[in-house]
Design a protein around this ligand. Structure first.
Ligand SMILES: NC(=O)c1ccc[n+]([C@@H]2O[C@H](COP(=O)([O-])OP(=O)(O)OC[C@H]3O[C@@H](n4cnc5c(N)ncnc54)[C@H](OP(=O)(O)O)[C@@H]3O)[C@@H](O)[C@H]2O)c1
Length: 338
């Protein structure tokens, strides 16, 4: 695919951009995550085509982490190589993130939330992506063994050193989030954003987290909006070859029970009545809440990407529809790993 890339001149016409909390930063309602499908193990041309198409359709926000691949780190390398080939002149139109918190390298300094790990990890990520800075750097998970002050001081340091423009946290509880926000405020580097799992099948963030963020003017991005593909038509007729569940690593086939599929079918019928795919209805359902700044989708094809971005054609729900969705998903509430 060695053709030159020129971004679509209409790219900002249809995407919706939401303010991230009370910050100056706008994020697209649909963002793209590179957890799966962008490693050395994946098809490079497909990965590149997805990034190009996303940008052509106004997706400016690309979500990465040190450990995305497989192998860990390779998604950042693949993305860096796509940036170099296609996006050298578009860097200032992109919001690129990385994170550190999970197991990344051997020994006592390769995971969690020490200053030692976070600073080393971002330095490695910048090298892999061949970037001077990331736009947002996240503490990927709360570290029960390290003082929260140390983790937040590391984020503050990385922002003040120019290696990240903003600081974020991910997978923190409402209480941990409140404390982290206070520490960062004192340091003079406000918390920009919180990233957590949120879908019709996992609504834990409704129990306090979204309120803490709104009260403090912090943005929220939802990950795994389709519960890794379950909230789409992907598994209605079994587990297709090549699908995430068929790989049986992050999404275990055992989660996809006949009871779950019966409920997913009901949701699918509802989506079709609304003139949408189920993937679109699932993402729209998240975006109907003004506290959700952006939804990070993961895709294995340009077709899925287009389908997801077309969500924005209809994100309104009637009271009846909301009630019906609530009653269907309450029966099958589950939490896929990820
Ligand atoms: N902060 C954290 O701890 C954390 C954790 C997890 C994820 N994330 C971020 O969130 C991003 C998204 O997570 P996710 O990949 O789990 O999201 P997801 O959108 O819930 O699941 C993505 C999968 O759903 C399927 N899919 C997507 N669009 C579809 C469509 N229109 N129709 C049918 N199937 C569709 C594809 O499965 P197939 O591959 O089977 O085609 C795709 O790989 C990640 O890339 C990452 O950036 C962050």
């Amino acid at each position: 695919m060695e053709r030159n890339y020129l971004a679509d001149s209409n790219r900002y016409k249809t995407m919706k951009y939401n303010r991230c909390g009370k910050s100056g930063l706008l994020l697209p309602a649909i963002s793209l995550g590179l957890w799966h499908n962008f490693g050395f193990a994946d098809n490079f041309d497909n990965s590149r085509e997805i990034i190009r198409k996303a940008f052509d359709r106004g997706v400016t926000h690309f979500d990465l982490a040190n450990n995305y691949g497989p192998p860990a780190g390779s998604a950042e390398e693949v993305f860096g190589s796509i940036l170099k080939k296609d996006f050298a002149s578009y860097r200032d139109e992109m919001v690129i993130t990385s994170k550190a918190g999970y197991d990344m390298w051997e020994g006592p300094y390769g995971e969690w939330g020490s200053r030692k790990y976070l600073v080393a990890s971002l330095n490695q990520s910048l090298k892999r992506m061949e970037l001077e800075y990331v736009d947002i750097f996240y503490s990927h998970r709360f570290d029960p063994y390290t003082p929260l002050e140390e983790t937040m001081m590391a984020l503050d340091h990385l922002v003040k050193s120019g290696k990240a423009l903003y600081a974020g946290i991910s997978n923190y509880s409402p209480e941990q989030t409140q404390t982290a926000i206070q520490i960062l405020n004192k340091l003079g580097t406000p918390c920009l954003i919180h990233q957590s799992r949120y879908s019709m099948l996992d609504r834990v963030v409704e129990n306090g987290l979204l309120n803490v963020l709104e009260d403090n003017g912090v943005g929220f991005v939802a990950f795994s909006p389709l519960a890794q593909g379950v909230l789409s038509d992907r598994y209605l007729k079994g587990i297709p070859t090549g699908s995430r569940a068929s790989k049986a690593h992050f999404l275990k086939p055992g989660f996809i029970t006949p009871e779950l599929i019966a409920s997913i079918s009901q949701l699918n019928d509802m989506a079709l009545q609304r003139g949408q795919t189920l993937a679109q209805m699932s993402t729209a359902w998240l975006l109907r809440d003004h506290r959700v700044t952006s939804v990070i989708v993961g895709v294995s094809s340009v077709q899925q990407l287009n389908d997801n971005i077309d969500t924005l054609k209809n994100i309104a729900f009637s009271k009846d529809e909301e009630e019906k969705i609530r009653s269907i998903v309450e029966a099958v509430y589950f939490m896929p790993l990820g």
